[in-house]
Design a protein around this ligand. Sequence first.
Ligand SMILES: [Zn+2]
Length: 66
Amino acid sequence: MNAQPVCLYCQQANPTDESECRQCGMPLPAEAALAGERRLRRFGWFCVGLTIFCIVMFFWLPRSIV
Ligand SMILES: [Zn+2]
């Protein structure tokens, strides 16, 4: 929970109590926005994994059971 908010404009890591970037003065993203972005990235990796799993299963499982 002590991850430093990174500026979206100059990638400068700022202390958590700062509301504006120390380097360029732009407002820092809120903690909720950071968490949402992280969750979105995790969901993206989940989709990639699911796609790979489906491709592997497509070739690994038998086409017909007769
Ligand atoms: Zn900045």
